[in-house]
Design a protein around this ligand. Structure first.
Ligand code: ZN
Length: 342
């Protein structure tokens, strides 16, 4: 939290197009670093805890003079409130979700910074508020985050991003109901990669993977597949300007019980609820950012924040709908090796 004001200033510079970061020389042309070492003791002391998330949301809400409201979607397995913030009054709802995997740590801080920015007087923030209603979930899995594990803790220790068919966990039920009720047009789900290889055919450390297809595009409507690629290419172009990301495709997957997959497909519901047959969600993608403990916090948060704000702005000003996707098929994949190695 202490870093927030400095990094907020950085957001302003970046989104104002001053391109301060673009002047930074690209690191990572040499494989091998920075990578998490097998016996490295990763300190989590600077990563916001659940209690700090609660306090930060409270601060942002109170400072926002009514622009931000914080509510609970329900309770986690251990009884923590599943908090989300809403900012903006625009007709299209944008769902911004972090930390469904509890040990993927930097997305929480990134979305809190974005929320703070969206409540600010910056012209970009005002435009987003006018055109979108942004629902921010900084910690989808507070029990897993507290335990620093991927999964939920109780009553089942399972991957919450595989639970929108069975709905075995209270987190899944609560956030499914919130999804149904707020009916987001767009959704963005933030993750860290389990490993950080190089971009195939290069020595460049792959810092960011774009996930435009959590399911086979054949399961989507043509509009959804186009919107997903437009969200993806908006993200990739923003990161290209930033200059450090070495973007690759996320590996090809087809995971129907993941959250954003079911937002696109509809058709499932928790016990006692009616499935949503006409899904409101036109686009739902995910980001995977390299993961190196706290050593590169600021940069890793930028890797979430820059493309997220680019997609929010494009959705708000309508340019998302004209985003060219012709470069999408030629995005490289990453090599399957461990961090920094072919
Ligand atoms: Zn993840």
């Amino acid at each position: 939290m202490r870093r927030k004001l400095a990094t907020l200033a950085a957001i302003g510079l970046l989104t104002a197009g001053l391109g301060s970061a673009a002047a930074t020389p690209a690191s990572a042309h040499v494989p091998g670093g920075p990578c998490l070492q097998p016996n490295q003791n990763v300190s989590l002391s600077s990563v916001p805890t659940y209690d700090e998330v609660v306090a930060t949301l409270d601060r942002i809400e109170h400072a926002s003079q009514g622009l931000v409201t914080v509510r609970s979607a329900g309770q986690s397995g251990e009884g923590r409130e599943l908090l989300y913030a809403t900012v903006g009054t625009g007709p299209a709802v944008f769902w911004l979700q972090a930390r469904i995997h509890g040990n993927e740590i930097h997305s929480t801080e990134a979305v809190l910074q974005i929320l703070d920015y969206l409540a600010s007087g910056a012209s970009e923030a005002r435009a987003i508020r006018q055109n979108l209603t942004v629902v921010v979930i900084p910690m989808y899995n507070p029990d897993g985050a507290t335990a620093n594990i991927r999964q939920s803790t109780t009553p089942n220790r399972i991957d919450l991003n595989r639970d929108w068919e069975n709905f075995a966990q209270p987190e899944s039920i609560a956030f499914w109901k919130l999804w149904r009720d707020v009916a987001p047009t767009y959704a963005l789900d933030l993750h860290h990669m389990g490993q950080s290889p190089v971009v195939q055919g290069t020595d460049d450390l792959n810092q960011f993977q774009i996930g435009a297809r959590s399911i086979d595009p054949a399961r989507m409507t043509a509009e959804q597949w186009l919107t997903n690629r437009q969200m993806a290419m908006t993200s990739v172009e923003a990161l290209d300007k930033y200059g450090l990301a070495n973007v690759a495709h996320y590996p090809i997957i087809d995971i129907t019980n993941a959250v954003i997959s079911r937002m696109l497909m509809g058709g499932t519901a928790p016990p006692g609820e009616q499935p949503v047959t006409q899904t409101p969600t036109k686009g739902a993608i995910f980001f995977e950012v390299r993961s190196v403990g706290q050593k590169s916090n600021g940069q890793l948060e930028n890797l979430f924040r820059i493309p997220t704000l680019a997609v929010l702005s494009a959705a708000a000003d309508g340019s998302l709908g004209s985003q060219d996707v012709s470069a999408y098929p030629s995005l490289p994949f990453a090599s399957p090796g461990p961090c920094g190695q072919e």
